[in-house]
Design a protein around this ligand. Sequence first.
Ligand code: PEP
Ligand code: MN
Length: 337
Amino acid sequence: MIVAMGENASEAQIEKVIEKLTEMGFTVHRSTGAVQTVLGVIGATQGVDTRELEMLAGVSQVHRITSPYKLAGRGFRPEGTVVKLRGGVEIGGGSVVVMAGPCSIENREQIFTSAEQVAKAGARVLRGGKPRSSPYAFQGLGVEGLKMMREAADKHGLCVISEVMEISQIEPMLPYIDIFQVGARNMQNFNLLRELGKVDKPVLLKRGIAATYEELLLASEYVLSGGNYDVILCERGIRTFETYTRNTMDIAAIPILHKLSHMPVTADPSHGTGRRDKVTPMAFASVAAGADALLIEVHPNPDKAMSDGAQSLRPEQFSELMTQVRALAPVIGRTIA
Ligand code: PEP
Ligand code: MN
């Protein structure tokens, strides 16, 4: 950590800051310049609230050099994390894994048809949930829906991902799912994340609608620190001033999260744009930017979907997307799983 003293800081102020840092257990290296004094702070500074130091008299700025997270950082596992699922599916390896399916499980026929269609096109994981942003919208079928989804997935050799919203759902979901999805609105539900740190199933953590990369990585740290290292990050669009799209898909998040952390990165262009006609181009961009997986909403009949119909691809659009990403992936040295 670097503490830059202001140009007008007095010797007494500088000494006071050094004293405080020493009291906190750090080693301080002082560099007295012609105009300004800079203090190099050595030690475990992760837990320090930098604002506390910034408030000391004479301090101009405080900068962290090391990241505030330990387990989420690339340095913890420089070679990268590969999350292994059933059927030899690996997220974070050389192949891009496609997870697809409806926003919500509506009935038996819908989820069985969806499973068949996405499997045929080449998806490896079936998605479906789910909770809604509005309490008045369709709320999903609960565990009954999950049982149907598991059956449909098994019939077509697919893995299952579904969203967990609260701690009490972890146990009942365990037998039916392969990946726990944590929704954008729950990214900072630290109690839930802490519990997911204790389970033996991968967790896909979606970025909050207004979360910075650092906040996402700190949230993942709650799962990792419980001993569950199978965490997959997910960019799903963030809130900006733009209203044309439902969210603004932050493609740069993909290479940035890869640089900062060792976890695989998934892209969700469905929630990232909210518009069916923009899902495919954003899926291409995500694969080109290095995404390890795609999460895509597909519905047998989006016009009749009970949730997120506008952003759900029609089955034939999804097949076409798959054909095209299969052609695109080799350009950046990858394949589609
Ligand atoms: C979803 O995947 O259907 C979903 C609700 O996503 P998010 O949490 O990103 O809004
Ligand atoms: Mn949805």
